[in-house]
Write a protein that binds this ligand. Structure first.
Ligand code: CA
Length: 223
């Protein structure tokens, strides 16, 4: 799951980014409204966390721009302002939820989970391909009932492929989804993760589910 965080307080931003990465999310950070707009309009995100008071373009204006561009990604607004009017204005502008600073990180996580659940049409708590099951709550992965231990990056690669099951995903799209935008897209690194993943989820099992489509990308197939 990839999240865009637009927050101008560097300390707050790095605290949130680090905490979310520990929870297996990939996070892009923008420190002002302008670069936030650039990322929001050019990249694919599962969720956007938006501070309201931002340099150049404030969070509410940015949110309106995002919605005007028909991007329906869930948006969680963060703000120090506690007035009822600003909450109403935020929700009226297309925000899905609202959190007032300072907040407990646990609460931020709970709200993120709730928004992502709401976004998933099938509301499923797990992803499957053949006998492989990924539990989205506990981050555990099993195949034929056997526990498979994955690193956060391996998990992120597998999760994205599972969410796009039976489709072919290019290495570029995969690396864009799994890394933040500071990452120099050396797609060879994706090949390394795919090989590790293949050793863990396919090697000791009869049926192959992770496929390399030469010159195109990768695919998890179960049909
Ligand atoms: Ca701010």
């Amino acid at each position: 799951m990839k999240i865009l965080l637009v927050e101008d307080e560097k300390k707050v931003a790095s605290f949130i980014k680090r905490g979310l990465e520990e929870e297996y999310y990939t996070v892009d950070v923008a420190f002002d409204g302008k670069s936030g707009r650039e990322l929001a309009l050019s990249q694919e995100y599962d969720l956007i966390i938006l501070d309201i008071m931002l340099p150049f373009i404030n969070g509410i204006t940015l949110l309106k721009t995002i919605r005007e561009n028909k991007i329906s990604t869930p948006v969680l607004l963060l703000t120090a302002r506690q007035s009822v009017e600003s909450k109403v204005e935020g929700l009226d502008s297309g925000a899905d939820d609202y959190l007032t600073k300072p907040f407990a990180f646990e609460e931020l996580l709970a709200r993120i989970r709730a928004l992502l659940r709401r976004k998933e049409s099938e509301k499923s708590l797990s992803l499957r391909a053949a006998d492989l099951v990924m539990d989205l709550q506990t981050h555990s992965v099993t195949r034929n009932g056997l526990a498979i231990s994955l690193t956060p990056k391996e998990y992120a690669v597998l999760e994205f492929l599972l969410r796009n099951k039976n489709k072919v995903i290019s290495r570029t799209r995969l690396s864009e989804h799994v890394y933040d935008y500071h990452f120099d897209t050396d797609t060879n690194v994706i090949d390394v993760y795919i090989n590790k993943l293949r050793n863990k989820i396919d090697k000791d099992f009869d049926r192959q589910i992770l496929f390399t489509i030469r010159g195109v990308g990768y695919s998890i197939k179960d049909n």
